[in-house]
Ligand binder design. Sequence first.
Ligand SMILES: Cc1ncc(COP(=O)(O)O)c(C=O)c1O
Length: 364
Amino acid sequence: MSIPFLDLAPAYRELKAEIDAAVARVLESGWFILGPEVEAFEAEWAGYCGADHAVGVANGLDALVLALRALDIGSGDEVIVPSNTYIATWLAVSAVGAVPVPVEPDPATHNIDPSRIAGAVTPRTRAILPVHLYGQPADLDPILALARARGLAVIEDAAQAHGARYKGRRIGAHGDIACWSFYPGKNLGALGDGGAVTTNRADLADRVRVLRNYGSRAKYVHEVQGANSRLDPLQAAVLRVKLARLDDWNARRREIAAAYGAALAESGLILPAVPDWAEPVWHLHVIRSDAREALQKRLSEAGIGTLIHYPIPPHMQAAYAGLGLAPEALPLARQLAGEVLSLPIGPHLAVEAVAEVARAIGTA
Ligand SMILES: Cc1ncc(COP(=O)(O)O)c(C=O)c1O
């Protein structure tokens, strides 16, 4: 039995008739930039997230960049980011000319440790940018309280958290603005790149809407130096079909995560911890092992695909050599990068596969 890390084809096969019809509808409409399909998805996505506004953009990185720009964050500013994240979170901050200031994670949840944030705030700090990593919500209340007390914005990187809940409320409008990626492998994934922001702040929604379209409200009238970062109507049409399945598919991920929890309880591995205020959506199922390389090799030999999210933390990437942070400057991020392993998970993974993976893992 071969178990790929993730196979995207079954999602298309399940929804083929609806996706084909949605694509045909856009092709027949002759409307290929923004327009009714993007507007309909924006309304549906805002509704799903419990946010007043959604604005579709080209990808998740642009969602972060345009959120930062909408808040007028740029050169001379600092933004607090997790040390343990995908590099996109940091790249967005750098892209607007601001400096990413990393804060270490709570090793139990892998998410930014709120108790360490106050120590990283300086007079230049403008925003805190927590990430809901692996589909597990970050602990937002202490972050929001600190932000309020210090006059900082909160930008949520929700690229891995479609449908996750924090204290019973969906991710999407807890902070000032939340940023989404619809990269194909995400819980809500397009058939190519896509992204969005959600927010309850009409001013920020309006600014992102203008910034994503050349800084223009009326054709050939440009009020700011905007970008070309529009959600493609073909992708919006596909996302509308898949959004109707998101809750079912997240429920399947939850079943698989529960099965892993039971099957690996005696494995000796460190399993994901879920705080009682969190309802994660298991974008990834990440375990930790101090013998990660041997474990990954054993699984690979058994035909089981795994990945590492992420093998090199941002501060140790050549891209961030300029910050002058030594590897040991952020020891928790470095340690997690050496121990984490993502097991196969997805809405179309057979639950029997979990037993197969557990058998191949054996007891560590
Ligand atoms: C945490 C996080 N932030 C941002 C992004 C950027 O999204 P995209 O690849 O759509 O630009 C991703 C995904 O790739 C991500 O995982």
